[in-house]
Ligand binder design. Structure first.
Ligand code: ATP
Ligand code: MG
Length: 423
């Protein structure tokens, strides 16, 4: 039994080689897909000033109230936070480097995010996201394009059984009116509120609508609807998004209770949800955040974005029986003897020059034990070199998936192997 004294931090996972193959494959697919929509990569630090998240995400959100890894830098007293999401950092970077001067930006990033949550299936303390942001775009066309993008990705990945929920949160004035009505309504039903809801009553009453507490569902169902407060412009924007989705046969459900956990959203919000991952069923979420850029200190600019939870997406693929593809390897080089060893190293480098993936056996051992390793690898063939072969300037080539063993001059090797690998 393995019992290392030091273990990873709870809720933070090692991704071991057997699983990492699936991650690499997934990342390739995602990169192609992002490029096919003209998005460019941006990479931000994992650590940011705590004030950034407080300002962007909102003081009274779950994330800022109880999920952030924040600490004081012991060396200079700076207040720092491991990023819980990417949008705030992305906007911070774009403003800092003036990228929005004269040109909107379509950007994506990927990497670990950190939230101090209760670890469970599909919910970790270090998890990974792909994030996509379109900054400087106002129209419903970009909202809809983001949803079309997602639909295309699900198709590429072979993911079925995800449904799209959309909603509109309207603009500031409507939200303010709605907020006041909500507070008045919930105050009339104070006895029915749980502790979380009571705490949020005046700070963030919208979040009460998001509560999963069964005992509060009736009260929530009767609450004033934001829909009834929306301005004409926001309604038209929402209608235009729906029209594009309909034109592209994207099925959706309007969920008026979808409010999202972050403060910065307005107008369009959406989530892609599956019922196959238990309670952690949201694999992708996003929406419009027209106020965020100004909130972080930039000139007001509209924007829209979404993020996918990679662990949840991969869990869904694994549910469907998808496994890591085998590590790609063309040649396993077996050798014994001093002369043979020197020749093997040179040959392996030459084969790599020819574009082949080569594993050079290291650590000695009999031909028999080396051949066993070659057979157990995914290589298409083994190159075998003993001192006899090395003296004669010849090598043996053994196909590992059936076929005759050949004796060849080193110069003939790469062509022959390419034939085998492609055949
Ligand atoms: P949830 O309601 O599940 O807590 P959220 O609203 O906090 O999600 P977002 O901040 O919108 O999530 O993040 C986008 C996506 O990142 C989520 O839809 C989910 O797939 C993934 N995600 C969020 N938190 C975690 C976590 N702790 N572990 C794994 N994946 C996560
Ligand atoms: Mg959350």
């Amino acid at each position: 039994m393995s019992n290392p004294t030091l273990q990873a931090v709870r809720g933070m996972n090692d991704i071991l080689p057997d699983e990492a193959g699936l991650w690499l494959w997934f990342e390739d697919v995602v990169r192609d897909w992002l490029e096919s929509y003209g998005y460019r990569n941006i990479r931000m630090p994992l650590l940011e000033p705590t004030a950034l998240f407080k300002r962007a995400i909102g003081e009274v959100t779950d994330i800022v109230e109880k999920e952030m890894y924040s600490f004081e830098d012991a060396l200079n007293g700076d207040h720092l936070t491991l990023r819980p999401e990417g949008t705030a950092s992305c906007v911070r970077a774009v403003l800092q480097h003036n990228l929005l001067y004269n040109a909107p930006q379509r950007l994506w990033y990927a990497g670990p995010m950190f939230r101090h949550e209760r670890p469970q299936k599909g919910r970790y303390r270090q998890f990974h996201q792909f994030g996509v942001e379109a900054l400087g775009f106002a129209g419903p066309d970009i909202d809809a394009e983001m949803i079309l993008m997602c639909a295309r990705l699900w198709k590429k990945l072979g993911i079925r059984d995800v449904t799209l929920q959309i909603n509109t949160l309207g603009d500031t004035a409507a939200r303010q009116r709605h907020r006041e009505k909500l507070i008045a309504y919930f105050e009339q039903h104070k006895d029915a509120l749980d502790a979380d809801a009571t705490r949020r009553l005046h700070s963030n009453p919208l979040r009460i609508l998001d509560s999963k507490n069964p005992a509060m569902q009736d009260i929530i169902a009767g609450a004033p609807k934001l829909m009834d407060e929306l301005d004409e412009e926001a309604l038209q924007h929402f209608a235009a998004v729906q029209e594009i989705l309909n034109r592209h046969d994207i099925a959706f459900e309007i969920n008026t209770r979808l409010v999202r956990g972050l403060d910065y959203y307005n107008r369009t919000v959406f989530e892609w949800v599956t019922t196959r991952l238990g309670a952690q069923g949201t694999i992708c979420a996003g929406g419009r955040f027209d106020g965020l850029i100004e909130q972080i200190g930039g000139k007001p600019q509209p924007a829209c974005g979404f993020a996918m939870g990679i662990e949840r997406l991969l869990a869904l693929l694994q549910e469907d029986g998808m496994a890591s593809p085998p590590a790609p390897l063309d040649v396993y080089v077996v050798h014994q003897g001093e002369l043979a060893g020197a020749m093997a190293t040179v040959l392996a480098e030459q084969l790599r020059d020819a574009g082949l993936k080569v594993l050079l056996h290291c650590g000695g051992g009999s031909f028999k034990s080396q051949m066993k390793k070659a057979d157990g690898s995914n290589a298409a063939c083994a190159v075998i070199i003993g001192d006899d072969e090395a003296c004669a300037g010849m090598v043996k080539l053994k196909p590992l998936r059936g076929g005759e063993q050949l004796q060849l001059a080193p110069g003939e090797l790469s062509d022959k192997i390419n034939e085998l690998v492609k055949g």
